[in-house]
Design a protein around this ligand. Sequence first.
Ligand SMILES: Cc1cc2nc3c(=O)[nH]c(=O)nc-3n(C[C@H](O)[C@H](O)[C@H](O)COP(=O)(O)OP(=O)(O)OC[C@H]3O[C@@H](n4cnc5c(N)ncnc54)[C@H](O)[C@@H]3O)c2cc1C
Length: 343
Amino acid sequence: MRQVTILGGGLAGLTLGLRLRQKGVPVKLFDAGAYPRHRVCGEYLSGRALRVIDSLGLRPGLRALGAVESSDVIFARGNTLLARKTLPQPALCLSRYQFDQFLVKELTEAGGEIFTGKRISPQPQEGVVLATGRQPSSTKQGWRWFGLKAHAHNVDLGAGLEMHLSPRGYVGLCRIEQNQVNVCGLFRSRTAIPDLSSSWKEWLSGDPHSLLSQRLKDAVWDESSFSSIAALSLTPKKASALSGIRIGDALTMIPPATGNGMSMAIEGADTAAGPLVDWSSHRQDWRLTSKLVAGQLDQTFAKRLRHARWLQHAMLDPLTQSIAWNFARIFPFFPSLLFRLTR
Ligand SMILES: Cc1cc2nc3c(=O)[nH]c(=O)nc-3n(C[C@H](O)[C@H](O)[C@H](O)COP(=O)(O)OP(=O)(O)OC[C@H]3O[C@@H](n4cnc5c(N)ncnc54)[C@H](O)[C@@H]3O)c2cc1C
C-alpha cells in the first residue's frame, strides 16, 4: 500500500492517521511542535465527531483521562442569566493537553510514525494531506480577532458549559478533567491588540459585577496553561476551491462560538480516510481522490458554515446580541435551533 504523509498533528491529522492505520495504510505524520502542549480551545467537543470517537474505540481511554461528559449550557450577559439549555447529546470535555497526547500514543501504538519539531512547507502534492491548522489572516473590516485560554481551579459552575457574553466578545467556562475549568475567550478589537501576556486574566475575568467575574473571583489559575492566538480568519472556505487535500482548520475555520471546530477536524479526517485508503491501495489516482474528498467535505460542512455566521453575530456583536437574545426570550426554541443548524 502507498504511504500517506500528514502535515500537522492536531486533532485532524492525528485522527486521520489513526483511521488510516486501522485500514492498514502506512502513515507518516509531521508536526511543527511537541507534545503535550496547551492550545487555545474551549475543549468542548460536541456534535457528530463523538460518533467517530466511538467508532475508533477512543471513548474509554478519554474517560480514563477524566474527560467530563456534560449536557447543560447556560448563557449569560453581564449579570443577567439569559437562557439555560440541555443538549440532545452530552459533550465531551477534556484538555487538548491530554487529548492530543492521548491520540499521539494511540497512533504510535497503531504503527503510525510521528515526527515532532518538524515544520514542513505545506505544499499540496500527491500522497500529502494538509492538516496544518488555521491560516493566519490580516485584519478583516477593521476587526482584529484574538483568542485566549487558561485553566483554573476553584471555580464553581452552574452548568457543564457557561457562555458569558460581553461587548468585547465572549468567554466560555467548561469543566474538564481533575476538577479544572477551561476558561476560553474570543475577543475582537478595532485597535492594536494589547500586550496579552500581562493582561490575559483581566480579559478572561470579565467586567466587575458580571456573573463571569463572580464565577472567577476565587479562581486559582494554572499560569502554565495560558495560551493565545491572534489573526484568526473566520471567512468560510470551500475544499473544492482549494488545491490538495486539506482537513480541519487548514481547510476552513468555523466560528469558535459554535463549539464545532474540533468536531469538524475529526469528522473531516474520517471523511477523507475512505478515498485515501482507495488511493493507497492503487484503486484510484490522486486527482480523483482529491476531488472525492473535497466534494464530500463541502457537502458535509456547507450548511453548518452558512448558519455559523449568524451564531457568531449573536455572540459577538453587541447590537445583534441584544436582538438575538430578546428574540430567544419570545421564541425559546431559537438557541436550540441555531445549535442544531451548526452541527
Ligand atoms: C478561541 C477558540 C475557542 C475554540 N473552542 C472550541 C470548542 O470549545 N470546541 C470545538 O470543537 N472547537 C473549538 N475551537 C476550534 C478548534 O480548536 C479547532 O477547530 C481545532 O483545534 C482544529 O484542529 P486542527 O487539527 O485542524 O488544527 P490544530 O489543532 O491547530 O493543529 C494543527 C497542527 O499543525 C501543526 N502545523 C502547522 N503548520 C505546520 C507545518 N508547516 N508543518 C508541520 N506541522 C504544522 C501545528 O503545530 C499544529 O499542531 C476553538 C477555537 C478557538 C480559536
